[in-house]
Design a binder for this molecule. Structure first.
Ligand code: COA
Ligand code: ZN
Length: 306
């Protein structure tokens, strides 16, 4: 079993901001990302190089990448929907490109306007381009645990997508529960299936808390040996092309859980909570974070006097 250490990628600046109804200014985006770097985030998904008409919040991708402060301990990653996006991203000095395709055909058509395997074919050149620039590539599989249009997604379909990614030479794989349909037993079975076929493959997981199962899924995956997770500051987020999408698992709730279990995250929880408190003001609305409301587990209260 791997060590008691996990690596959390904060996807708030991408998955979180992409669904905000009001445009989040470039200045605020940069401030939030710099705060995540200062708090010791292992990785940050900074933005996405998608078509600005598809996701107007990400229209400033280049500007954000060029204005953030880079912490040498943090990996700065970007989401990529096609070759064109990868070419744009590689001009902005990312550490990793996070490719995305949906395991279910209908979600991929709604999200990327083509079939799953057409998108994968379009990605073939990306690992070559990236490796010549010294940039890592992660193959992301959206709707891996269920699709809002099709329901159950066969595990064999997820394995086929992973196989295609590995053929083209990606470094790691991310399985995403785009609309919070996964349950802990399903997560355990999925990881076992993937590990059975590719025992050395590093799996990264992306959960949404849409139905309250987010942290249960994280723990199920942890017990199966997974050590890499996405989470979002404040717990904001969701796919604009998936009906009923809602927030990612919340970074500070996830970090609080791991710290309570004496599992190292490398993240400063107090700094994260301060950033989450500021985020509510920056966005002008409250965020789903539980620990921001309740305080850390061992934040004690003075006993009422009778
Ligand atoms: N960035 C900027 N422009 C892009 C682009 C990208 N990544 N990909 C394509 N374009 C441009 C093309 O150059 C072309 O421009 P032109 O008409 O001036 O020649 C135009 O967009 C149409 O290209 P096409 O390949 O037909 O794209 P499309 O319209 O079918 O859109 C995607 C495909 C993938 C770019 C678009 O659906 C998209 O950005 N989806 C992202 C969805 C998303 O972010 N979801 C949430 C995260 S999972
Ligand atoms: Zn997501």
């Amino acid at each position: 079993m791997p060590e008691n250490r996990v690596w959390i990628t904060d996807v708030c600046p991408r998955d979180g901001f992409q669904i905000e109804p009001e445009f989040v200014s470039t200045e605020i985006k940069v401030k939030v990302i710099d705060a995540l770097s200062a708090a010791g985030s292992a990785a940050i998904e900074v933005t996405s190089f998608v078509h600005p008409k598809a996701v107007p919040q990400m229209a400033d991708a280049e500007e954000v990448m060029l204005n953030i402060k880079r912490n040498p301990g943090t990996s700065y990653e970007v989401l990529i929907p096609n070759l064109r996006g990868a070419e744009r991203a590689l001009r902005t000095n990312p550490n990793q490109l996070n490719l995305v395709v949906s395991a279910s055909e209908s979600h991929n058509r709604s999200n990327l306007r083509r079939g799953t395997f057409d998108t994968l074919n379009d990605f073939v050149e990306v690992p070559k381009l990236a490796s010549s620039a010294g940039v890592l590539v992660q193959g992301g599989v959206a709707t891996a645990f269920g699709c809002p249009f099709e329901g159950e997604v066969p595990v064999s379909r997820v394995l086929d997508v992973i196989h295609r990614y590995l053929e083209m030479g990606v470094d790691t794989i991310k399985l995403a529960d785009t609309t919070g349909m996964a349950n802990p037993e399903q997560v355990r079975n999925m990881i076992r299936e993937v590990k059975n076929r590719w025992p050395e493959l590093r799996i990264h997981l992306h959960f949404h808390n849409t139905r309250g199962m987010g942290l249960a899924n994280v723990y199920a995956a942890y017990l199966e040996g997974v050590r890499h997770f996405d989470a979002s500051l404040g717990g904001i987020g969701g796919c604009p092309f998936a009906p009923g999408a809602s927030g990612n698992i919340c970074t500070e709730d996830t970090v609080n859980m791991f710290h309570d279990m004496k599992i190292v995250t490398g993240v400063d929880l107090d700094q994260l909570l301060a950033a989450s408190g500021r985020l509510e003001k920056q966005l002008g609305h409250s965020v789903p974070s539980q620990v921001l409301k309740a305080g850390k587990t061992l934040d004690l209260h003075s006993q009422p006097q009778f």
